[in-house]
Design a binder for this molecule. Structure first.
Ligand code: ADP
Length: 162
């Protein structure tokens, strides 16, 4: 049984994340999408909101599960018996940060291997921050995020505008 973990903030999930999840789900028996509760970031969506959006968006893949964690990724991966951590790579700019994290994680837990999936070309420019900025100023995010996220973004910014 090969179980992998795909960690991130997912604030909110985008079609770029979903592309990685869909591809990783075919590579492993089980994939746990792990939402980081990070006290150093101020997210737009609560972890509960992020979990709800993720659960709806991954419903088509029966071997994908959504969990929330805080603290060190390697501890959570060990707890869930995941030997593989999956991360996505977009541009060279991701590379430096991602290899640093992967090397630190290997130092902490040598038995856990990080693997990188290259983004599909059509999502290479996409990240959660860009999506939030477009939505905040009333732009259309339909092709960038799953339908539930589009809806939640509209609600969130409508409330903020009053
Ligand atoms: P973090 O805050 O840990 O970077 P994110 O939610 O931003 O978490 O991203 C989680 C993972 O998904 C990271 O490995 C990131 O590189 C990857 N990722 C984000 N957007 C894309 C995309 N458009 N294509 C491929 N991978 C992506």
């Amino acid at each position: 049984m090969l179980r992998a973990m795909y960690p991130g903030s997912f604030d909110p999930i985008t079609n770029g994340h979903l592309d990685i999840i869909g591809r990783a789900s075919t590579m492993f028996d089980q994939l746990i999408v792990a939402i980081l509760r990070n006290p150093n970031k101020s997210p737009l969506f609560t972890v509960e909101e992020r979990r709800e959006m993720l659960c709806q968006s991954v419903a088509e893949w029966p071997n994908v599960q959504v969990e929330v964690f805080h603290g060190l990724l390697v501890n959570f991966a060990r707890e869930k018996e995941c030997r593989i951590v999956v991360r996505g790579l977009r541009a060279i700019s991701d590379y430096e940060y991602e290899t640093q994290i992967a090397l630190i994680n290997r130092k902490l837990a040598p038995e856990i291997e990080t693997i990188f999936l290259t983004t599909s070309a059509q999502f290479s420019y996409l990240n959660s921050t860009v999506v939030k900025e477009i939505a905040q100023f009333g732009g259309c995010v339909r092709e960038l995020v799953p339908p539930i996220v589009e809806k939640k973004l509209k609600e969130k910014f409508k409330k903020e505008r009053g």
